[in-house]
Ligand binder design. Structure first.
Ligand code: SF4
Ligand code: SF4
Length: 90
């Protein structure tokens, strides 16, 4: 039997190529209520696309070019500071 010398696993991450852009098909977008946000960083930690920009003491920012609207950030936010709002025209 032949040995498999290496296994390459796919890694999901945002890419600058057109295949990574989600703006045309996302149906919901996460909107952060900064007044409710307690700066915990959980949304940043759990976002599967790594499109949330967060640093302690800085405002949470989401890159909508690559966000797929999955809603995980809204689910994990302990104070419900993220609302999933319908995209206009989708
Ligand atoms: S909706 Fe999904 S992809 Fe978009 S910022 Fe939240 S966790 Fe990331
Ligand atoms: S998970 Fe919620 S409270 Fe925590 S940084 Fe993100 S938006 Fe703010």
């Amino acid at each position: 039997m032949e040995c498999v010398k290496s296994i390459v696993l796919p890694i999901s991450k945002p890419a600058p190529a057109s295949a990574g852009v989600t703006g045309t098909w996302r149906t919901y977008r996460p909107v952060v209520n900064l007044e409710k946000c307690i700066d915990c960083g959980l949304c940043w930690l759990y976002c599967p696309e790594s499109v949330i920009d967060w640093e302690k003491g800085e405002k949470v920012k989401i890159d909508y070019t690559y966000c797929k609207g999955c809603g995980i950030c809204a689910e994990v936010c302990p104070v419900k500071a993220i609302d999933m709002e319908p995209e206009e025209g989708v």
